[in-house]
Design a binder for this molecule. Structure first.
Ligand SMILES: Cc1cc2nc3c(=O)[nH]c(=O)nc-3n(C[C@H](O)[C@H](O)[C@H](O)COP(=O)(O)O)c2cc1C
Length: 377
């Protein structure tokens, strides 16, 4: 058996992940009134069977006003807990940890699903029989031309949204999740507060960098208080964006987040003014966002997760072995191959006999490999 850092455990507070492989949050847009469905069960179950150490749900909305579109998952009421609990129990039974990402879309609320056009909703009629919801943001500045102008949030709105994050986190604990990730990237509400391009406020929530960071840091404080001490807390950030946010600012913010009990930064990029979760104005090549995870890890001194075009097992192994990140998150590659972790373990020589797999698969696949039916890759 070959030594591997990718397949070494990672301890974060009271949680030990069995390996460094994470399923990145990926919106499915098939929830019913925010509730997880059988689709979600099957979708997440695959990744646990596939051997990932940590499986994240999609961006789960903390209040109905935060919905991206009908079909987004939510955890703004207790009725949404049981179907998530069923998923979490299955992930645990397979030895995977369960993570939930929390988000509020802010001015990006109200879009069609990607395969239905991805644009802003036509608000002249109910959508799929449901009432529309109000679009709010730090300032009355639309995301892009043709998109709704959000109502500028009042102090009360700000307090309500912070409390919604804390309430959703308490429900996540009731559903037995192991990790919370707050989504502060990709142009959603938290990122909108951070960026001077979307935040023109003149009160304590806007203006200086310190003021623009206040909303994110207040959410970190509220979430940390609501989440058990022994469970880790992650933040996803856009390490850089096309509207001028810099890596230096990310290092500063990560340092502040760490001081508020955040354990890991998930280092994505872009999305403030561009309609894509991976757009950062930099060429997209394999591991193009890894340098952000490396820098933040080194200079802010906390764990980081690298994401974006990580596909090859040897590449993932080297990212961890070279200390560039503590975790690697895979998105589209996991949709293509939910068994990526087991295949990587075999390819890296860590588990050529598939002993990490559930015995009901292991027995057959070991024999299949020994009989030479496995494709050479
Ligand atoms: C179908 C799909 C849905 C996504 N939904 C989310 C999401 O809910 N939250 C989020 O932070 N990023 C989301 N992303 C971005 C991914 O988490 C990931 O950062 C991105 O796809 C880059 O990784 P990859 O190259 O491995 O796919 C989504 C990506 C895909 C493909």
């Amino acid at each position: 058996m070959t030594e591997s850092r990718l397949f070494s455990p990672l301890q974060l507070r009271g949680l030990t992940l069995k390996n460094r492989i994470v399923v990145s949050p990926m919106a499915q847009y098939v929830a019913l009134d925010g509730g997880a469905t059988d689709w979600h069960f099957a979708h997440f179950a695959k990744f646990a069977l596939g051997g990932a150490g940590l499986v994240f749900t999609e961006a789960t909305k903390v209040e109905r006003r935060g919905l991206g579109t009908v079909g987004d998952m939510g955890l703004w009421k207790d009725e949404q807990i049981p179907p998530l609990r069923r998923i979490v129990d299955f992930l645990h039974a397979q030895g995977s940890a369960a993570g939930i990402q929390f988000n509020h879309a802010g001015r990006k609320a109200g879009t069609y699903r990607p395969w239905e056009g991805y644009g802003t909703l036509d608000r002249s009629a109910p959508i799929e029989g449901e009432d529309h919801w109000e679009v709010i943001g730090p300032s009355a500045i639309a995301y892009m031309e043709g998109w709704p102008v959000p109502r500028e949030m009042t102090e009360d709105d700000i307090a309500q949204v912070i409390e919604s994050f804390a309430s959703a986190v308490r429900r996540a604990d009731a559903a037995d999740f192991d990790v919370i990730e707050v989504h502060a990237a990709h142009g959603y509400l938290l990122h909108q507060f951070l960026s001077a391009a979307s935040n023109h406020r003149t009160d304590r929530w806007g203006g200086s960098l310190e003021n623009r960071m206040r909303f994110v840091l207040e959410i970190a404080r509220a979430v940390r208080q609501a989440w058990p001490e022994n469970k880790p807390l992650f933040f996803r950030i856009s390490s850089v964006d096309e509207a001028g946010w810099t890596l230096d600012e990310s290092v500063l913010m990560a340092t502040e987040l760490k001081a508020r009990g955040v354990d890991a930064i998930d280092c994505s990029a872009g999305g403030l003014n561009v309609r894509s979760p991976t757009a950062a104005g930099v060429p997209r090549r394999m591991g193009f966002q890894v340098p952000y995870a490396e820098r933040i890890r080194r200079d802010a001194g906390l764990a980081t997760m690298a994401v974006g075009l990580i596909i090859e097992p040897q590449h993932a192994e080297s990212i961890i072995a070279e200390g560039r990140a503590d975790l690697v998150a895979l998105g589209r590659e996991m949709l293509f191959n939910p068994f990526w972790a087991h295949h990587a373990a075999a390819r890296l020589g860590v588990d050529p006999e598939y002993r990490m797999m559930a015995p009901v698969y292991q027995w057959w696949l070991d024999r299949r490999a020994k009989a030479g039916y496995e494709p050479a890759n």
